[in-house]
Design a protein around this ligand. Structure first.
Ligand SMILES: [Zn+2]
Length: 149
């Protein structure tokens, strides 16, 4: 039986996460791997983006990654910006996961500490959007790294 009174959490994008959205500690990024060609990609898929076969299966991607490259967003993005208010500069990075998949995501740390190769950890979080709880994600510095910088 499910709790009907709670507003259900929704993912920021359908098919993006693996694990129960009710328990953020168990949420990871969803991926898919093709058993024909080995292509691994972000999100749940039914067709392989590389070879076009249907031999893909869902996998949970690793929660540790490395900062592959990044930029610092210093001006409030135009349009429907949903980040923290007031706006604060943030890192936007391409994070390489153990499976070789690179994911674009905000990096939650002091922008002056960003550097290529920085070890990062996947961090799902909740934000409110029109009264709904939306599960979004970022990456943050590993605690050991944060303590030593
Ligand atoms: Zn394939």
């Amino acid at each position: 039986m499910t709790a009907q009174n709670e507003s259900p959490r929704v993912p920021v994008r359908e098919g993006l996460f693996s694990g129960p959205l009710s328990d953020l500690d168990r949420v990871t990024l969803a991926g898919s791997r093709c058993s024909s060609c080995g292509e691994t990609s972000l999100g749940s898929k039914t067709l392989c983006a590389n070879c076009g076969k249907e031999t893909v299966r869902d996998i949970a991607l690793g929660t540790r990654g490395t900062l592959w490259t990044y930029t610092v967003v210093r001006h409030r993005p135009p349009g429907n910006y949903k980040g923290p208010e007031p706006f604060a500069p943030f890192g936007l990075g391409l994070v390489e996961l153990p499976e070789g998949v690179r994911v674009m995501a905000p990096i939650h740390c002091d922008v002056d500490k960003l550097k290529i190769g920085l070890p990062l950890r996947f961090k799902p979080y909740l934000r409110k959007d029109d009264g709904r709880e939306v599960v979004a994600f970022a990456f943050e510095m590993e605690e050991t790294e944060a303590a030593n910088v």
